[in-house]
Design a protein around this ligand. Structure first.
Ligand code: FAD
Length: 593
């Protein structure tokens, strides 16, 4: 019987797409059209079906790999009488390889004959969470290390214009919202007086404290921070154009930095929509965080986490919101039951939530920004806004660093492919963080940074996390991890779920915030936890326990029999596990099956 390679068919021109699920294992029998893997681009997820039936003899891919058209997914032994399709190539024997799959063409590295101004064991390009974590870990391994960063402070997007400033503002917004809830308990505050300059100052102080701390930690570890715009000039050299001021203005001075190992952590930038004009009333997340004022009417283009978090801040400060989203729901990725709770609590902030709707025109006029929409809930006339936040995604910086001079392959979209050791196609050059793919989250970047640093030090480290959690720091917070109900349904994963409603949580009731719930998702066959979601206050602080449970291979008994402190929101995780076991005494008796 013939061995057949089943490959990725035409996937609409997408290259190096993330594999987010592998639905088959060796020994499985697959029929034509059975799902083999699920791919995720930044726009959509898609299942790749089997083009021939057979028994799986080898699975060539794993979750987290990237693949392009023509990439081999599995090798199957065709069932007797099953003629392989024309494009399926028979193979003699299964081959295994640990090398990264270079779907992007590998360029020829340039040679550099000049002398270097400084030489290091490890040079990290970019001082964001991925970059500084990698550099500090490399220094802790005893390696002579430098970070090259174009801006004046370390911390990258996350500390300077991302995670941290957004949370500093969200904290203030949450307190304002929280005290309003107290009116129902007989405690009434006057309307808040908002000094926007002081609020901005608070945010800046938070950033300063953290970025200052990073500078101190770099010094303590003897990590050199080289200020400037870096470009590869060979597979062992960067040229650094010195920068000055608060931005990345170049002074004209240049130096050459040599490295034995490099870690690319150059991050990502906001995706610009081509039809949107330049106008101070149209901002991206960085502009929104500058908090220049509070508009009366604000449009958020893109109903993802970043847009909704910033919308929460502006709305609490007084803005009325519209949001437009091309997909059929806000906060894609999270299960709809979680999002529903957030949406119900937040509907009052919005005049119009436009789903399945596209922004097709933006015009800056004297009295406002006029936006035209197309789609299910699109208003027929252009709508006027005082501020428009474009939060339609981010793109990687891979094409901006002269990677070709080092022989490093970069995809057309600017991503750099790596293997599980974070190695690019050039073995002594690693890449981490947003520049290597989704999800673009700081905690993923940090873990990848640690892996790259350990490998630079000669260890054999791998990025083998089972799950990466996602959190929307809205009010209430929405947090999820691993297999969601949506993924399970899409991929035919048999699950059982258990839900503990916060309406039965003493702490949530005492807090006056019992709208949320905690949900655990178990593999129906093994009973092991494979996912979970929480909606409610502090959901983001609690999801880590579910991540740990998944990593440790826990079942409901492990979680339910772990004593959680009472009364806490965290005990809702233990109680959800008790629900799964049918032994939760904090809920009415469960019906006997
Ligand atoms: P970055 O943080 O992008 O850092 C890259 C660094 O490289 C930058 O400092 C850049 O100046 C430098 N650089 C690039 N090219 C060069 C060059 N040629 N020469 C010199 N230096 C260069 N993630 C979360 O996990 N939680 C959150 O709550 C969260 N909130 C966010 C909110 C907002 C508004 C935004 C925009 C993002 C948020 N993120 C959040 C995402 C998070 O910020 C990123 O995933 C994270 O910063 C990626 O880290 P990184 O190290 O890969 O790159």
């Amino acid at each position: 019987m013939a061995l057949i390679e089943l490959k990725v068919p035409d996937i609409g021109g997408h290259d190096n797409v993330d594999i987010i699920d592998v639905a088959v294992k060796v020994g499985d029998t697959v029929a034509v059209d059975d799902t083999l893997i699920t791919l995720e681009t930044d726009k959509a997820t898609m299942d790749v079906p089997a083009e021939s039936a057979g028994v799986v003899k080898e699975v060539k891919v794993a979750v987290g790999d990237k693949i392009s058209e023509g990439g081999v997914i599995v090798v199957v032994e065709a069932a007797a009488g099953d003629a392989p399709k024309a494009e399926a190539a028979p193979v003699a024997a299964p081959a295994t390889t640990e090398a990264p799959k270079a779907a992007a063409a590998a360029p020829q590295a340039a040679s550099f004959a000049g002398s270097a101004d400084a030489e290091y064991d490890v040079v990290v390009l970019g001082g964001g969470p991925g970059g500084y974590s990698a550099a500090f870990a490399a220094a802790d391994q005893g390696l002579k290390t430098a970070i090259i960063e174009r801006y004046a402070t370390l911390g990258g997007v996350c500390l300077n214009v991302g995670c941290i400033p957004s949370k500093a503002l969200l904290h203030n917004a949450a307190v304002i919202d929280e005290v309003k809830h107290l009116a129902a308990n007989g405690i009434k505050f006057a309307e808040p007086e908002i000094d926007i300059d002081m609020l901005r100052g608070y945010k800046e102080k938070v950033i300063g404290k953290l970025t200052g701390g990073l500078a101190g930690m770099a010094k303590a570890r003897k990590v050199d921070v080289i200020r400037g715009n870096a470009q590869f000039v060979s597979a062992n050299h960067f040229e650094v154009a010195e920068t000055t001021g608060t931005g990345s203005e170049e002074t004209g001075n240049k130096k050459t930095v040599a490295f034995k190992n490099a870690i690319i952590a150059a991050g990502s930038r906001v995706t610009k929509l081509p039809f949107i004009p330049e106008d101070p009333r149209i901002v991206d997340s960085t502009g929104a965080l500058e908090l220049k004022g509070v508009p009366e009417k604000m449009l958020i283009i893109g109903g993802g986490i970043i847009g909704l978090e910033m919308g929460t801040v502006y709305s609490t400060l007084g803005a009325r919101l519209d949001v437009v989203e091309m997909m059929d729901g806000l906060m894609q990725g999270a299960d709809r039951d979680l999002v529903k709770v957030w949406q119900k609590m937040n509907e009052y902030r919005f005049d119009n939530i436009m789903l399945n709707t596209k922004t097709v025109g933006v015009e800056a006029k004297e009295d406002g920004i006029y936006v035209t929409f197309e789609g299910a809930k699109a208003p027929t006339e252009p709508q006027r806004y005082d501020l428009v936040l474009v939060a339609a995604g981010r793109q990687p910086n891979g094409l901006l660093i002269g990677a070709d001079k080092a022989g490093v392959a970069v995809t057309e979209r600017g991503f750099i492919e790596v293997d599980k050791q974070q190695r690019t196609n050039v073995p002594h050059i690693y890449a981490i963080g947003d520049i290597v793919g989704q999800p673009m989250l700081a905690h993923k970047a940090v873990h990848e940074g640690h892996v790259a640093a350990e490998n630079c030090a000669g260890h054999k480290a791998f990025f083998d996390a089972r799950v990466i959690p996602g959190v929307a720091y809205t009010d209430p917070e929405v947090a999820w991890v691993g297999v969601t109900e949506e993924i399970a349904k899409r991929d035919g994963i048999k699950i059982t779920k258990s839900v503990f409603p916060w309406a039965a949580s003493g702490r949530a009731i005492a807090n006056g915030r019992d709208e949320g719930f905690t949900k655990l998702i178990f593999d129906a066959e093994t009973g092991l936890i494979i996912g979970g979601g929480i909606v409610g206050t502090h959901a983001g602080d609690m999801i880590g326990e579910i991540c740990l449970a998944i990593e440790m291979g826990c079942d409901a008994e492990d979680i339910g029999k772990t004593i959680h402190p009472h009364p806490t929101l965290g005990e809702s995780i233990g109680m959800a596990a008790e629900v799964a076991l049918g032994v939760c005494t904090d809920l009415p008796p469960m019906r006997k099956k």
